[in-house]
Design a protein around this ligand. Structure first.
Ligand code: C2E
Ligand code: CA
Ligand code: CA
Length: 738
């Protein structure tokens, strides 16, 4: 609009400056066009302007514009009337000031609009600023979030990276390890002692180790197919049966012998079925283990287990196995067992030493083996110690006698070779299957029993098992059972027999003698004591006697009967026990009885059995004050020389010598000699079995110290014993009175 107004002013000036009427018209048209555009613009503005101030200005502008256009028309008219001076004058005086006015209003309006525009701009600016903060905040939040997300993502990425590295490392380690394992497997396979081959099920070789190849080439075997190899190694077995075992158990073991460099070697053949899901098919593996050394050791051990090292004869173990096989073999209808025990063999060991003993056993074994080696149906064994056994099939009575004589002859021949001062015999017991027993235990027991009978009958002879012996065996069985219950059933008690000093006549002690009352009948200790020893029951019985005797002694002591000494019999099995000394000490402990009141009676034979051990035990007891007496003196070794080495206190002359006193001079002189020699060794001498006054008188004369016997007093119950005469004088007085 402003430009239009200015253009019109310029056009007016140009109009009044021109003289060309055509140009004036052109300017007039131009001015009309500008006036039209001004009017249009003003109308457009007025449509958009809502402000009342602006509308007032616009009205003023319209008015001026209209006036201007009128002025312009007047100027034009003047020009067209060629009144240029008036036109110029009118232009200067009226048109231009109006024109200026319009410009002024327009400029003001423009300023006003500019101000508003600035305000709007400032407002917009402010608005934009506040939005910027929001945007910045949002951007910050967004940025931080982005940063966090980025950091997190970065961390995750880093972790993923690390995990991946770790995974790679693990994988690498595993691969390395697996490679090493495979290498190791292969190395082990090639270096092991066993020969190994792996093949497909059809037998095509897949893998073999060096040992396998070497072994097969040394044994001159081809190794194209595994089944062929197996068949060659195990010709007695069919491949089908091996495959069947593999199918059932997955494994089968066999043994074979291979000749390698002319040497027979033993191998274990282990065949396995290799069934693994990870494998493409099933495989068969073969493992050959050299067990030659093991086999040799095993044979050696078997020999040791079955043969006696001294005689090289089969031993007891072999004999028992053989016997049980013979018993279960239905083809063997009859066989006989000769149980042999050497007589007096102990003498060789004791006097000539164990070397000579072994030599003698070897000679006997050789004689027996040579005598019977031609007979395939005979087995000769050494059962242990000086016991041998000969087993023979299908032997009748004549055969028995012949065989027994041959065995005795073997022994005689060995005696002849050695020429010892004492000849060694052999006692033989014979038991036959099935007549004398159908079990191993029965046959052994019966042959043993018959052998003991042969010994009883005088040694160096044979004895056949009989029905009568069977009865004896049954009796012994019963006795064993009855003796076992005797103690618990309180069937045992003790009787006491007085002992007197033969010089001053005073009661010196009593011998404790055990009694067994079984089913109303008295069983003699001479009968049951050896059986108790045999059955291993003597320890319990011995303990009972020791305890009860000491209690009885203590009881009498309390009642005023001062018995100086209690003699207690000790059997061989008792004294051999390692606990013997402790057992005696235990019995004395907690009692009022002193050790010196106890006298232990031991037979010579028992003492000599194990002189060293017994001597030590007895010395321990003697040091505590206990006395030791040699019982039944004269029936065993009867050697005072031996007794000299033992620090015993007393010898008890066996009653068989006393029995003959006064009957023949020989007995008198023997008893007298024993007493004298005993005294010379510082021992007390007691005579047992004094039955008559004459015997008593003789013994007193001979200087015998002590005595016991029916004449002086029978063994009695404890109650009866309390009334026993305290001296021989008292006893004589009683007899006289009666
Ligand atoms: P022993 O030790 O020689 O005991 C003496 C045996 O002779 C006793 O026989 C006794 O009764 C008997 N006797 C005593 N005086 C005379 C006599 O004047 N004439 C005759 N003919 N005999 C007489 P008993 O009681 O039958 O004892 C036999 C054997 O039994 C004892 O012989 C002894 O060896 C053993 N014995 C007895 N009691 C025990 C014991 O408690 N323990 C052990 N281990 N053995 C015992
Ligand atoms: Ca005795
Ligand atoms: Ca005796």
């Amino acid at each position: 609009m402003i430009r239009g107004a200015r253009d019109r002013s310029v056009l007016l000036l140009r109009m009044i400056a021109t003289t060309d009427p055509f140009l004036i018209d052109d300017i007039q048209r131009e001015m009309d066009i500008v006036a039209l555009s001004i009017t249009q613009a003003a109308q457009q503005i007025s449509q958009r302007v809502t402000d009342q101030d602006h509308q007032a200005w616009l009205k003023q502008l319209f008015r001026i514009t209209t006036q201007n256009r009128d002025n312009q028309s007047h100027v034009y008219n003047l020009m067209t009337q060629e009144n240029a001076d008036n036109a110029r004058q009118f232009l200067v005086d009226v048109t231009l000031p109006v024109q200026e006015q319009a410009l002024e209003i327009l400029t003001l309006f423009q300023e006003e609009l500019n101000t508003k525009a600035n305000l709007a701009e400032q407002k917009m600016h402010g608005y934009l600023s506040s939005n910027k903060v929001l945007w910045i905040s949002l951007s910050l939040v967004f940025g931080i979030s982005l940063l966090i997300i980025s950091l997190f993502t970065l961390k995750r990425l880093r972790q993923l990276g690390q995990a991946q590295t770790l995974f790679q490392q693990t994988l690498e380690t595993q691969v390395k390890k697996r490679t090493l394992e495979l290498h190791l497997d292969s190395s082990v396979l090639h270096n092991i002692h066993e020969a190994v081959a792996v093949a497909s099920c059809t037998g095509d070789m897949v893998k073999t180790n060096q040992k396998f190849n070497q072994l097969l080439s040394s044994a001159n075997l081809t190794c194209d197919n595994l089944w062929q190899v197996i068949q060659t190694l195990l010709p007695a077995l069919s491949i089908e049966s091996i495959k069947k075992s593999l199918g059932e158990y997955g494994y089968t073991r066999h043994e074979c012998e291979l000749v390698i460099d002319t040497r027979a070697c033993h191998y274990f053949i282990d065949i396995y079925c290799v069934n693994d899901e990870q494998l493409d098919q099933r495989y068969i593996s073969l493992l050959l283990t050299d067990v030659s050394e093991l086999k040799t050791t095993q044979q050696h051990l078997e020999h040791l287990a079955n043969f006696d090292p001294v005689t090289q004869l089969p031993n007891r173990h072999y004999f028992q196995t053989y016997l049980s096989r013979a018993l279960s073999n239905e083809k063997i209808e009859q066989f006989s067992l000769f149980y042999i025990d050497l007589d007096n063999f102990k003498w060789i060991n004791d006097t000539l030493g164990h070397g000579s003993g072994d030599q003698f056993l070897l000679q006997i074994a050789t004689q027996l083996a040579n005598t019977f080696e031609t007979n395939r149906q005979v087995l000769v064994c050494r059962l242990g110690g000086d016991e041998f056994a000969v087993l023979v099939e299908n032997c009748d009575d004549n055969c028995h006698v012949m065989m027994a004589d041959q065995i005795l002859n073997c022994c005689a021949q060995v005696n002849q070779i050695n020429q010892y001062s004492k000849s060694i015999g052999c006692s033989i017991g014979v038991a036959s299957y099935p007549k004398d027993g159908t079990t191993q235990a029965a046959l052994m027991r019966h042959a043993d029993f018959a052998m003991y009978k042969a010994k009883e009958q005088g040694k160096n002879q044979y004895c056949f098992f009989s029905e009568a012996m069977n009865e004896r065996i049954h009796y012994l069985y019963d006795m064993e059972h009855n003796l076992q219950t005797a103690l618990t059933n309180h069937e045992l008690n003790i009787h006491f027999q007085p002992q007197y000093n033969l010089q001053n006549g005073q009661l010196t002690g009593a011998e404790a003698l055990v009694r067994w009352q079984h089913l109303g009948k008295a069983v003699s200790p001479a009968e049951f004591i050896p059986l108790a020893e045999k059955f291993g029951l003597i320890h319990a019985i011995g303990e009972f006697v020791m305890r009860t005797s000491i209690q009885q002694l203590a009881h009498w002591q309390q009642q005023g009967l001062l018995l100086p000494k209690m003699a207690i019999n000790v059997s061989s099995a008792q004294i051999s026990l390692h606990s013997f000394v402790a057992d005696v000490e235990h019995a004395l402990k907690n009692s009022d009885i002193h050790a010196h009141q106890i006298d232990l009676e031991i037979t010579e034979t028992v003492l000599m059995e194990n002189l060293k051990q017994h001597k030590t035990a007895l010395e321990v007891l003697q040091n505590q004050g206990i006395e030791i007496s040699i019982d039944d003196f004269g029936t065993g070794y009867s050697s005072l020389a031996y007794i000299k080495h033992l620090s015993v206190d007393r010898i008890k002359i066996d009653r068989s010598f006393i029995n003959d006193l006064g009957q023949n001079e020989e007995s008198d002189s023997i008893v007298s000699a024993i007493i004298t020699m005993g005294h010379s060794l510082g021992l007390k001498v007691l005579a047992e079995g004094i039955e008559t006054a004459q015997q008593l008188t003789l013994l007193r004369k001979m200087g015998c110290d002590e005595g016991q016997g029916y004449y002086l007093g029978y063994p009695t119950t404890p109650k009866e014993f309390s009334f026993i005469p305290l001296s021989i004088q008292q006893l004589a007085d009683r007899v006289t009175l009666q």
